[in-house]
Design a protein around this ligand. Structure first.
Ligand code: SF4
Length: 267
């Protein structure tokens, strides 16, 4: 079995949801415009670092979805997203704070680790490069709201960055956040992940996988006001036996998808 950060975090959020998704094959339909746009934007960033026309790359990638039946957030449209994207790419080039040497090898880096017991853990790091002259692993995010920065050090608790630090052994991490709002903004956030955090994450991965392989899939609904995890869970229709919700949100495919890492591109 190969596991990923998305799988482990899905199990920790709700083991029953994990079973629906990865054992029974109920996958969320890809209807969120923001998620697909985030993937197109990442490809345009790749073009930027290869010295190509990144605006044209974004138009080409996102152009393939011009007539797709996506769900857009309030006020968003296909055109609005592409204009925000081009604006962000221009701002990113002007800022000139990120360097990627050898983009062919330092973008979308696949790292595989064999775990005790023979399972594998796979991660795709967005990039390894320099942010403000400091070598670090880099994660891109496209979002509509700023990443919270207070209190100081908050980013060092980000589980996805800890995971990437654990699998790569790189302690310096950075999140480059492309904020799609009326006046687009880019946040360049850096943090250090300690050796202890990496060790703890490794233990968390091992114990989580033990639970999965032992077949423990109890629901973890967390139905208490105000944070009801079930409301945003794509598997809610299965838990409620609501066929309408199932048809609206899910498609069924056999087994786990090897494209799961794509879920990690946007929040
Ligand atoms: S609806 Fe709630 S209990 Fe059911 S899978 Fe989702 S999070 Fe778990």
């Amino acid at each position: 079995m190969a596991y990923s950060f998305t799988q482990v975090s899905n199990y920790l959020r709700c083991p029953r949801s994990y079973r629906y998704r990865y054992l029974d094959g109920w996958k969320e339909k890809e209807t969120r415009a923001a998620m697909v746009f985030g993937r197109c934007f990442e490809n345009a960033l790749g073009a930027y670092f290869r010295g190509e026309d990144c605006g044209a790359a974004l138009f080409q990638e996102w152009g393939a979805y011009r007539d797709a039946a996506f769900e857009y957030r309030k006020g968003d449209t296909w055109d609005r997203l592409v204009h925000q994207g081009v604006h962000l790419l221009e701002r990113f080039a002007q800022d000139n704070r990120v360097r990627i040497h050898s983009p062919k090898t330092n973008l979308q880096i696949k790292i595989l680790q064999t775990l005790t017991g023979g399972s594998e853990f796979v991660s795709y790091l967005d990039a390894i490069g320099e942010v403000d002259g400091v070598r670090c692993l880099i994660d891109w995010k496209t979002t509509t709201s700023r990443y919270p920065q207070d209190p100081e050090g908050l980013l060092s608790l980000d589980p996805q960055l800890i995971c990437y630090s654990w699998i790569s052994g790189i302690s310096e991490v950075a999140l480059v956040v492309f904020v799609r709002k009326h006046a687009p903004e880019i946040q360049y956030l850096r943090a250090s992940i300690s050796e202890e955090q990496r060790r703890e994450f490794g233990r968390l991965v091992e114990t989580t996988i033990n639970q999965i392989e032992a077949g423990h899939f109890n629901p973890h609904s967390g139905i208490r006001f105000p944070q009801n995890g079930c409301v945003s869970c794509s598997h809610l229709g299965l838990c409620l036996n609501n066929e309408q919700l199932v048809a609206a949100n899910l498609i069924r495919k056999a087994g786990a998808s090897d494209l799961d890492w794509l879920d990690e591109l946007v929040d």
